[in-house]
Design a protein around this ligand. Structure first.
Ligand code: BG6
Ligand code: MG
Length: 206
């Protein structure tokens, strides 16, 4: 492994619960129940695609303009919830593993679907550990499209087969496969398939 490309939500930081709470508030306003099991389908997918899945769950149709407003309002709530996050939200072993492989000379990229990724990295004080940042602001095609990881590979100036992707979503594993990278799944619930290796958290790799 010459390069390591990390997803953010669910691999480095436990933000999935805030995404869920913010989407749930929107579902409550729209008058339907959004369960935690439904939230699984939102992992790894873009904000607008997440909204479409949510509306599908509630059986609601909306115009493009309404969808944009809904996505904006969910994001506003999500960002408010993130305002007070700190290093305590880092997942087990994440910072230690990043520091260890960096010391070993491995190049590190972020490969996240989130447009909030730079803000979250700053809050966690780990921005400096990344050589390259590819996030929801720099890609046009969402996972399972390989674009996010191909940009990471390119940014590190490596070949896909020299890089390993760390992912907690099925869409992300599929994207990494399509990019031609190795994949380690962060699979605390034992629900993922198609990876080269499965761990509960990055700490297991130390
Ligand atoms: C991914 C999350 O990391 O980012 C998804 O797993 C989320 O659930 C996506 O929808 C987009 O995030 P944001 O912060 O741009 O709304
Ligand atoms: Mg994730």
């Amino acid at each position: 492994m010459k390069g390591a490309i990390f997803d953010l939500d669910g691999v480095i930081v436990d933000t999935a619960k805030y995404h869920y709470l913010a989407w749930k508030e929107l579902a409550d306003e729209l008058g339907f129940e959004f369960k935690e099991s439904d939230n699984e389908r939102l992992k790894g997918v873009s904000r607008m695609r997440s909204l479409e899945i949510l509306l599908e769950v509630g059986g609601i149709t909306a115009t493009e303009g309404e969808k944009i407003k809904m996505a904006e309002s969910k994001n506003q709530r999500y960002v408010e919830m993130l305002e007070n996050i700190d290093k305590s939200e880092l997942l087990e072993g994440a910072e230690e593993y990043l520091k260890k492989i960096k010391a070993d000379g491995v190049l590190i990229a972020l490969g996240s679907a989130s447009k909030n990724a730079p803000f979250i990295l700053e809050k966690l004080q780990i921005t400096d550990l990344f050589d390259v940042i590819v996030d929801g602001n720099s890609v046009s095609k969402a996972k399972p499209d390989p674009e996010v990881f191909l940009k990471g590979v390119e940014g590190l100036n490596l070949k896909p087969e020299e890089c390993c992707v760390f992912e907690d979503s099925q869409a992300g594993i599929e994207a990494a496969r399509k990019a031609g990278c190795g994949v380690i799944a962060i699979d605390k619930d034992g629900v993922l398939t198609d990876a080269d290796k499965y761990v509960k958290n990055l700490g297991e790799l130390l």
